[in-house]
Design a protein around this ligand. Structure first.
Ligand SMILES: [Zn+2]
Length: 377
């Protein structure tokens, strides 16, 4: 079984009852894994220190998070992306966010010490958090802190972001860093938050060529997505030779996601996870997976349950457990289907399929032609 990092403390990262980034998703997921395997025993993470958070964030920003976390009145929170509709403040926010950072660090320590080649951090993936600003539900950038730690260990990192939103926070934090290659696949910023992530964002200074973005057309389906992922990921492994692949495995590119418009199914996700694992293993790199966005309770939990099985090398069960279903149908008030995977006919047919595929492919080729000038051996 794959080592899993999880603590109940992660559930404290709660932006409010009606907020889409709900800890209930995580609660449902852990409850499901326990229902399948009563001996499911995740490793406990440690709490990240203030100093570790400061390895990627400005002190003035962290001070504001801490003050808001204690319930103090702070006049200029909005200048720091806090107390907004997307990222409201809540009591204990600083520590809750540091637990998620601690989880990512614990996962990074497991691979850096050679304890496992694959590890799953069951939480986090707060890829929008910036140097001095909260953004898009994200307070501290757990991924960036883990990358900073790995760099300190002398490790080259390929950061692969399959969340449907551009991994902007991680990109900008390492924009001039040639020891980190960021590869983000996302719905085009022309249509979706945060608006960045165009093909021409390729890095700066020493880091030119090390930021890769593949913006996708709305309604992109599984075949087009998978073909591009395989092409770009294999090139990144070949040209960059990372020692660790850090994957932000947001599940919001799923066709049921209410905040975005891509059309991935559980079938696509299984192929994607297998491809990432095989590629890393062939390249001799370790792989760390975190969670991320994913706002359909139903779809996100199922996608991450599939991730857990892929990483464990175990064929997933077809059915969801009856006891779990009845518990969560009642608690969530959602119509949860009885099967782990999406039905074969999903998702609904997309018009303009051929046009979308052509545009996506042209963008992938343009990206490789641009970064290839700098990285191609
Ligand atoms: Zn997202």
């Amino acid at each position: 079984m794959v080592p899993v990092i999880f603590s109940e403390e992660y559930l404290r990262y709660d932006l409010g009852e009606s907020h889409p980034f709900s800890p209930v998703r995580l609660e449902m997921l852990v409850d499901l894994l326990r229902e399948w395997d009563s001996s499911f025993a995740p490793l406990r993470p440690r709490l990240a220190s203030r100093q570790e958070v400061l390895s990627v964030h400005a002190e003035r920003y962290v001070r504001r998070v801490e003050a808001a976390s204690r319930g103090e009145e702070v006049a200029d929170l909005a200048d720091y992306g806090l107390s907004t509709g997307d990222t409201p403040v809540f009591a204990g926010m600083d520590e809750a966010a540091r637990w998620l950072v601690g989880g990512a660090l614990t996962a990074a320590e497991v691979v850096a010490r050679g304890q496992s080649k694959v590890v799953l951090q069951l939480g986090g993936g707060l890829h929008h958090a910036q140097f001095d600003r909260a953004s898009g539900f994200c307070v501290y950038n757990d991924l960036a802190v883990a990358i900073r730690y790995l760099l300190q260990q002398g490790v080259r990192v390929l950061y692969l972001d399959i969340d449907v939103h551009h991994g902007d926070g991680v990109q900008w934090l390492f924009y001039d860093e040639p020891r980190v290659l960021t590869l983000s696949l996302h719905e085009s910023g022309r249509y979706l938050f945060p608006g960045s992530g165009g093909v021409t964002e390729i890095g700066q200074g020493q880091g030119v060529g090390y930021s890769w973005n593949w913006p996708l057309e709305p309604f992109t389906a599984g075949e087009s997505y998978f073909a591009g992922l395989r092409l770009l990921y294999r090139k990144a492994l070949e040209w960059f030779s990372p020692e660790v692949v850090l994957v932000q495995a947001g599940a919001d590119a799923h066709y049921l996601d209410p905040l975005a418009d891509l059309m991935l199914t559980s079938k696509t996700y299984r192929r994607v996870f297998a491809e990432i694992l095989t590629g890393a293993s062939r390249a001799g790199a370790a792989a760390i997976f975190t969670l991320g966005g994913g706002y359909s309770l139903d779809a996100a939990v199922r996608v991450w349950a599939l991730l857990y099985h892929s990483l464990s090398g175990v064929e997933p069960p077809r059915q969801l457990p009856a006891a779990w279903l009845s518990r969560w149908r009642e608690r969530s008030g959602k119509q949860l289907g009885p099967l782990l995977c999406d039905p074969d006919e999903a998702p609904p047919r997309v018009e303009r399929k051929a046009v979308i595929e052509r545009l996506n492919q042209a963008n992938a080729e343009r990206l490789l032609a641009t970064v290839g000038k700098y990285l191609k051996p």
